[in-house]
Design a protein around this ligand. Sequence first.
Ligand SMILES: Nc1nc2c(ncn2[C@@H]2O[C@H](COP(=O)(O)OP(=O)(O)OP(=O)(O)O)[C@@H](O)[C@H]2O)c(=O)[nH]1
Ligand SMILES: [Mg+2]
Length: 473
Amino acid sequence: MSRSGSSYSTPRLCVVGHPNRGKSSIVSTLTENDSVRISPASGTTRRADRFEFSLDGRVLLTLIDTPGFQRARQVQAWLEREPVSPGARPDRVRAFLAEPGHAERFPDEVALLRPIMEGAGILYVVDGAQAPSPMDEAEMEILRWTGQPRLAVINPMAPQSQTESWQRTLGQFFQWVRVFNPLTATLPARQALLRAMGELTPEWSAPIKGLIQGLAARDQQRLTNVSDALAAYWAEQLLERQAVQVPGAIGRQRAEGQLRRALDERETDFFRHLREAWGHRTSELERDSGWELDADQLMNTETWYLWGLKQRDLLWVSGSAGAATGLAVDAGLGGASLLTGAISGGVIGSVGGWLASRELPGKRLGWLPLARQKQVMGPVKHPNFPLVVMARALTFTRQLWLKPHAERSAVVLRSEAGTWPREEQVQLLGWAKRLQQGRWQAKHQDALVRWVEHQLRVSLDEAFSREEKTSWV
Ligand SMILES: Nc1nc2c(ncn2[C@@H]2O[C@H](COP(=O)(O)OP(=O)(O)OP(=O)(O)O)[C@@H](O)[C@H]2O)c(=O)[nH]1
Ligand SMILES: [Mg+2]
C-alpha cells in the first residue's frame, strides 16, 4: 500500500483554504452535521477536526475541517529554500512538518498539512466573489507540492462573481474545479460535487458511486416515512378534542386554551421529530401566524388569503365537500360563545350562509343556554382548518428537507402553500369530513399518504431543478 490517499477505500478529504471562506460550512453540509462550528469571525476553526458521514451505520466519507492558511507565503518560501525535484516535493512537505519549532511557528499550516500528508485528499475552498491574489497562489502551490488528490471548490459567497478568473487559475493546480454553495446546496448539488471527488483517484470511484446511490435511496425512504408520519399527524390534528369539568365561560375559555395548546404542541412535536430524524439539532420553527381560529380573525378577510385560499374558493370547496350545514352547535358544547362556536365548527358549518351574509355567526345564533357542565372543545371543523394544517406541515417539511446543515437559521413558516387546485382541496376536505364523522378506513389512509407523497415529490423536484439551473452547473 502506498502512503498516499489512494490507499484509503473510504474517501477522506481535508477541507482547506484561506480563513473564512466557508470551509466549515462545506464540511457541515456534506456530512449533514450541524454541530460543525461556523461563524462570521475569521479563525473560527482552530484545529483539524474529523467529521464522518454514514449511511446505514457505514462510514462512507470522512472530511477533516481545518483552520485556514495564515502564513502561506512563509511556508512556500521555506519549501523552496533549496532546489527540489518535482518527485521529491511531498518529502519536502514532510520535512517541513518534522522541522522542530514549526508546530509553534506555523500552527495552522501544520494542523492542515499533517492530515493531508497522512493520506487525505484535498478539497480547497475559495471565495468566488473575490479575485485570486498572490496569497492564494502560495496556498495552491503548497497544496500542489503535497502530491495528494486535489479538488477545488468555488464558494459563491456574494453575488459579484469572479468565477471565470478562478476557474482559469485553479485549473492549473487542481484536478477538478466545481462551484458549490454550502448554504443552498440540496441533494443534486451535493451529488455533483461527490461525482468530482469520485474521479480524483480510481480507488474512490466505487465508494463514491455507492455513496451517491445511497443518498438517493435514503431520500426515497425518507419520502415514504415522512409521508406516512405527516398523514398521521394531519389526522390527529383534525380529531383533537379537549374537555374540562369547569362550567361556564371560564370552562369554555380553559378548554379553548387547551385545544390551541394541544394543536400547537402537536405541530411543534412533529417538526421536532423531523428535525431530529434529519440531523438538524439547532433549527427552530418560527410561526408567523396561529391557527386562525379566533372569531375576529375569521372575520378578517385577510386571513382568507393566508395560504392563498380565496374567499370564493373556500365557499366553493366547503360546499362541494359537503361540510356540515345549518347552525347546529357541536353536541359536546354545553354553551357556545361566538368563539367556541367558531372552534367547534358547528356555527360555521354552513360557510355559505356565513360568508354570504358577512355577519358574525354569533349575532344570528344568539347566546345559547348552558346545558352541561362538561365543556368539550374540538374537533375543529372550520373548513379552512384541514387545508391550513396540511399546508403548514407540507411547507415546513419541504423547507427542512431542503435546508443544508450549514444553514442554521430558523425555519420560518410563511404563508406560501395553498396553491392546490380546487379538486385537491375538495379531496382533502372530503377526507377531513370522513375522519371527523368516524368513517375513516385503511384505504383512505393509504390514499392520503400517497397524496402527501405526491405533494412533497413535486415540490422537491421543483426545488432541485431550480437549483440545477442556477448554482452548480
Ligand atoms: N453569503 C454566504 N455566506 C457564506 C457562504 N458560505 C459560508 N458563508 C458564511 O461565511 C462565514 C464563514 O463560514 P465558515 O464556514 O465558518 O468559514 P471557514 O472557512 O470555516 O472559516 P475559519 O474556520 O474561520 O477559517 C459564516 O458566517 C458563513 O455563514 C456562502 O456561500 N454565502
Ligand atoms: Mg472553519
